[in-house]
Write a protein that binds this ligand. Structure first.
Ligand code: C2E
Ligand code: MG
Ligand code: MG
Ligand code: MG
Length: 273
C-alpha cells in the first residue's frame, strides 16, 4: 500500500515537472527570437555622486516585453543563462548601451555600467564584442564599468584571474554587484582589482544596527582596497542622508529615478541638470 502511494506521488510530480519544462521551453523559444522581433530594450538608472550631486554613471538594465507582457530580468536572465542565449543577448545589450552612450551629448565623462554574467565573462566572443564596440563607438574604455556578482568566485581562480586581467588590460572598470549577499571570501575578493563595490539594497533598506555594521565594515574594506562604493536601492530621503553620512561615494535608487528608456532618461537629465 505504502509503495503504491509513493508511486502515485511520483506520477503527479513528473507531470508537474513536465509542464514546467514545457513552459520553460516555450519561453526559451520566445526569448531566442526576442532580439529579431525588437522585444528587448535597455533602460538606464542614474548613479549619483554624493559629494557633488552630479550624475556620475547610469546602470544599463535589460527589459523584455513578450506579447505585451513584461517579463522580469530575474526570470529571463537565468533562463538565458541556462539555455546558452546569454552571450548573444549580452552582446546585444553591450552594443545598444554603448551606441546610446555615444549618441548622448550630455557629459563627456558620464560612465555606463553593464551587468555581465559569469557565462559572458568565460566566453571569448564577449571580448571580441567588447573590442569591436569600443572601436566602433569610440567610447573611452574607462567610461565602461562592468558589474559582476560574487558568483565569479565560484569559478576556478586561475580562469577568473586570466579573464579579469583581460579586462584590466582594456582599461574598463570592474564593479562587484550585490555585495554582501554572496559567498566571497576576503582572500578571493583581494584577488580581483575591483574599482567599485556596490552595497546590496538589502543592507540599505534594512535599517538596523546589524546592517549598519556591515555597511561600515564594507566601506572600511573598500577604502583599504582603494575602491569606490555605491549604495543600491535608495528609496527615501532618510536612506539617502544615512548612506551619505556613513560615507558612501555614490548612490542609486528609486529616490533619484527608476530605470528609464533612453528617451525618458534624456528628459530626466534635462529636467535635473
Ligand atoms: P542588479 O544588477 O542588482 O540591478 C539592480 C536592480 O535593482 C534592478 O532590477 C533595479 O531596477 C532595481 N532597483 C534599483 N533601484 C531600486 C530601489 O530603489 N528599490 C528597489 N526595490 N529596486 C531597485 P531589475 O532591472 O529588475 O534587474 C534585476 C537583475 O537582473 C539585476 O540586478 C541584474 O542582476 C539582472 N540584469 C538586468 N539586466 C541585465 C543584463 O543586461 N545582463 C545581465 N547579465 N543581468 C542583468
Ligand atoms: Mg547591477
Ligand atoms: Mg545590484
Ligand atoms: Mg540585484
Amino acid at each position: 500500500d505504502q509503495k503504491r502511494k509513493h508511486r502515485g506521488s511520483i506520477g503527479v510530480f513528473s507531470e508537474a515537472l513536465h509542464k514546467e519544462i514545457k513552459i520553460e521551453q516555450r519561453l526559451c523559444e520566445r526569448l531566442r527570437s526576442a532580439i529579431d522581433k525588437g522585444e528587448l530594450a535597455v533602460h538606464y538608472q542614474p548613479i549619483i555622486d554624493v559629494s557633488t550631486n552630479a550624475l556620475s554613471s547610469v546602470e544599463a538594465l535589460l527589459r523584455w516585453t513578450c506579447d505585451n507582457e513584461k517579463i522580469p530580468p530575474t526570470v529571463f536572465i537565468p533562463l538565458a543563462e541556462r539555455s546558452g542565449l546569454m552571450p548573444e543577448i549580452g552582446a546585444w545589450v553591450l552594443n545598444r548601451a554603448l551606441i546610446d552612450l555615444s549618441h548622448w551629448q550630455l557629459n563627456q565623462e558620464l560612465a555606463i555600467s553593464l551587468n555581465v554574467s559569469v557565462a559572458q565573462l568565460l566566453d571569448d566572443s564577449f571580448f571580441k564584442s567588447l573590442d569591436n564596440v569600443l572601436l566602433s563607438t569610440k567610447v573611452s574604455p574607462e567610461r565602461l564599468h562592468l558589474e559582476v556578482t560574487e558568483s565569479v568566485f565560484a569559478i576556478d581562480k586561475n580562469v577568473v584571474s586570466r579573464r579579469v586581467s583581460d579586462l584590466v588590460k582594456r582599461n574598463v572598470k570592474i564593479s562587484i554587484d550585490d555585495f554582501g549577499t554572496g559567498y566571497s571570501s576576503l582572500s578571493r575578493l583581494q584577488s580581483i582589482p575591483f574599482d567599485f563595490i556596490k552595497i546590496d539594497r538589502s543592507f540599505v533598506q534594512n535599517s538596523s544596527e546589524e546592517s549598519d555594521t556591515i555597511i561600515r565594515a564594507t566601506l572600511l574594506m573598500a577604502k583599504e582596497f582603494g575602491c569606490k562604493t555605491i549604495a543600491e536601492g535608495i528609496e527615501t530621503d532618510e536612506q539617502r542622508q544615512h548612506l551619505a553620512r556613513l560615507g558612501t561615494d555614490y548612490l542609486q535608487g528609486f529616490y533619484f529615478a527608476k530605470p528609464m528608456n533612453a528617451h525618458d532618461f534624456i528628459s530626466w537629465y534635462n529636467e535635473n541638470y
